[in-house]
Ligand binder design. Structure first.
Ligand SMILES: [Ca+2]
Ligand SMILES: [Ca+2]
Ligand SMILES: [Ca+2]
Ligand SMILES: [Zn+2]
Length: 232
């Protein structure tokens, strides 16, 4: 009798293990990017070495991270070529600092961004008015593997190119710079927001504003963080 019971227990145990293995319990995390309130002049620079990993170091385990750009809900003032190049410039900015090919654009789509559909998509959607953009991640907490990311830019903002001549000096103070915000959001594939005021010049600082372009280029902390995850 005891032996039968033990055998039965073992079977139940084996089934529950098989079940857990076939259906990983994924978790979702969302990063919200806020518009800045009025602030004094920053006294820090992008040599700050801070970075913060997410949930103990979740990351992509197979590279490159392939993504699609969605033109669904794209503001009508933006032409497709500008959108595609601004977003690809943003992802490639991270690529430059790791040996591996980190990001690769896969396709252009007219489907909306959907979190949880298994596709990595970058596009537009309606968000609360103090939110510039969000990044949604899905990851497996057991393996620390990120399995999906999506970026949503808020359609309520006036998007554009704040530095059309690309000389590092903003010329259009009244547009939300697409490449600037996209660079920050791509960083969330392993890097968390930084909130201390001394991190305000880094790409992973949690707030931005109209006319800002400083997040287009990585600071020291951003570089150390991405290399910690994906190698130098
Ligand atoms: Ca690449
Ligand atoms: Ca998705
Ligand atoms: Ca300029
Ligand atoms: Zn963020």
């Amino acid at each position: 009798m005891k032996r039968i019971l033990l055998a039965l227990l073992l079977v139940v145990f084996a089934i529950s293990i098989a079940h857990a293995a076939s259906k990983p319990q994924l978790e979702k995390i969302t990063f919200v990017h806020y518009i800045k309130g009025s602030q004094g002049k920053p006294t820090w620079d992008e040599n700050v070495t801070d970075y913060k990993l997410i949930a103990g170091g979740i990351k992509w385990k197979s590279l490159p991270i392939r993504y699609s750009i969605s033109l669904h809900g794209k503001p009508s003032n933006l032409d497709n070529n500008f959108v595609i190049s601004a977003i690809n410039n943003a992802s490639e900015t991270w690529d430059e600092y790791v040996d591996a090919n980190l990001y690769e654009m896969q396709s252009i789509t007219n489907e909306p961004v959907i979190s949880g559909d298994g596709n990595n998509t970058v596009g537009w959607g309606v968000l609360p008015e103090n939110v510039i953009a969000v990044t949604h991640l899905w990851y497996n907490p057991a393996t620390k593997e990120i399995v999906e990311f999506d970026i949503v830019f808020n359609t309520l903002y006036k998007w554009g190119n704040a530095d059309p001549d690309n000389d590092g000096i903003a010329d259009n103070p009244d547009v939300m710079d697409l490449q600037n915000i996209a660079t920050h959001e791509f960083g969330h594939n392993g890097l968390d927001d930084l909130r201390p005021p001394k991190d305000s010049e880094l790409t992973m600082y949690y707030k931005s504003d109209y006319g800002e372009i400083k997040k287009r280029t990585l600071g020291i902390g951003d570089i150390l963080g991405i290399q910690k995850l994906y190698g130098s």
